[in-house]
Design a protein around this ligand. Structure first.
Ligand SMILES: *Cc1c(COP(=O)(O)O)cnc(C)c1O
Length: 453
């Protein structure tokens, strides 16, 4: 019996296949896609030698499917019917049209680092700093690529050489297996864990400060991590941020608060801490995400004292983490939306949070009527802010549950549709949450849902 691998078609024969004749890719690029496709087929055959060997036509078809998929914009727009408003897999916050317009301006030549009045070199933070500093009532701010970069920069710039002290009760793991303690120490600053998983006391921090001074002659930076994605119950004790702030002040050490997400302002969502509160409680620097906390683009914001922010800004890592012009433009426009007067929420995320259940129900009924679905397809649902906000808490919402018989195949069809819609399959039903679809107009939604019929 011949080795099935030897029956796989050769790269040049696939390249000359008519299925690829009208490809818009240059030949060396296409050659690479063909080689990768054949390599994948080889790996599948090695894993399962009894599988059928794809012939020349089949491999050419596979390559064509791949190149069609690679063409066009990526990431593509999707309709978020998951009920998770800040879904990291779906790009977190949807940006407003005003923010999109600001990004479009910056996409061309722009005054990113030129002061137009004087003609001299300027700072890309020049317009961002005053708005964000006023918004968070901070002496100064600095902006980096994302929240993780903010945490790493603050810990590296302020924790050298005394190290960083973190309670074992705050060794949080966030999405995709990343851990706060690892990110804090990734710049080479030693991390000292204090306390136990369930209980940490002020004396634990005091002892860690003493021992760092003994070892290095310098006090460490204290790190406080917001438990943004879980809660602890039972025999637990933690030192409040305010108490830690008083300790940091008394001992002359920095206190870095990793807020991650939190209140979006205007009391939304209720009960979440704000960066301003953290500063008032004595944090030297607060680090958070521009998308999670402001409903803006991916960005990391450090808000804090003039001196601590200056140390962060001057650290070599700051140059490696600086945001690009598109992010600067989007963040500025987002900050302006937060800072403006006006009664109503201006950002799509604010609107999605603020919308009443009654109006979601009314919309659900109207959509069902237009689709010819029974009114029973409108069901109560629970949405979440996501992005690690409000662990365990949900926003009352409304979902459409299509009268389809097979929920998973309906979900697959919508996800592969144009535009793709992503819902959730639960209890054998497909749930399409209307709160996270707040930014989609009815016509588009109806066109999408009619694909199910
Ligand atoms: C999300 C999160 C981060 C990381 O922020 P990114 O913007 O995703 O890099 C850091 N700390 C906490 C507590 C978070 O929730």
């Amino acid at each position: 019996m011949t080795n099935p691998l030897s029956r796989l078609p050769k790269v040049d024969r696939v390249l000359d296949h008519p299925a690829l004749a009208d490809s818009r890719w240059r030949r060396p690029i296409l050659r690479r896609f063909v080689a990768d496709t054949i390599a994948d087929a080889r790996a599948s055959l090695l894993a399962d030698p009894s599988a059928p060997v794809p012939d020349l036509d089949a491999v050419a078809e596979q390559v064509r499917d791949r190149v069609v998929d690679l063409d066009g914009p990526h990431p593509r727009r999707v309709l978020n019917a998951t009920g998770v408003l800040l879904h990291t897999n779906l790009g977190r916050a949807p940006l407003s049209s005003a923010v999109e317009a600001a990004v479009a301006q910056a996409a061309r030549y722009c005054d990113l680092e030129l002061d137009l009045a004087s003609g001299k070199r300027g700072s890309r933070m020049a317009a961002l700093r005053p708005v964000l500093a006023a918004l968070f009532e901070a002496e100064d701010i600095h902006v980096v690529n994302n929240g993780a970069a903010g945490l790493l920069l603050a810990c590296t710039a302020l924790g050298d050489p005394g190290g960083v002290v973190l309670s074992r009760g705050q060794h949080v793991e966030i999405g995709d297996s990343f851990r706060i303690a690892d990110m804090a120490a990734a710049g080479g600053v030693p991390l000292h864990a204090v306390g136990s998983t369930n209980r940490t006391h002020l004396r634990d921090y005091e002892a860690a400060i003493d021992s760092a001074i003994e070892r290095t002659g310098h006090g460490p930076a204290l790190l406080w991590a917001h438990l943004s994605n879980f809660t602890q119950q039972g025999f637990v004790a933690d030192v409040s941020l305010a108490k830690l702030g008083a300790l940091a002040k008394a001992r002359g050490v920095a206190l870095i608060a990793d807020l991650g997400s939190g209140s979006l302002g205007r009391g939304l969502p209720p009960g979440e801490p704000t960066a301003t509160q953290y500063l008032e409680q004595g944090a030297t620097v607060v680090s958070f995400s521009g998308d999670k906390l402001l409903g803006g683009p991916q960005a990391g914001i450090l808000a804090g004292t003039r001196e601590a922010i200056a140390r962060c800004r001057r650290h070599p890592l700051a140059r490696a983490m600086r945001p690009g012009k598109l992010a600067v433009a989007a963040l500025h426009a987002t900050a302006v939306a937060h800072a403006r007067t006006g009664v109503g929420p201006e950002l799509p995320l604010h609107r999605a949070i603020a919308i009443s259940v009654e109006s979601l129900e009314a919309r659900g009924r109207a959509l069902c009527a237009a689709l010819g679905w029974p009114a029973s397809c409108v069901r109560p649902n629970q949405a979440t802010i996501g992005g690690g906000s409000l662990p365990g808490e949900t926003l009352p919402s409304v979902a459409l549950v299509p009268p389809a018989t097979r929920a998973q195949s309906a979900a697959d069809a919508l996800r592969r549709g144009a535009p793709p819609m992503v819902g959730r399959v639960r209890d054998g039903l497909l749930w399409l949450d209307l709160r996270s679809l707040a930014d989609v107009d009815d016509d588009e939604l109806l066109a999408c849902l009619r694909q199910l019929q």
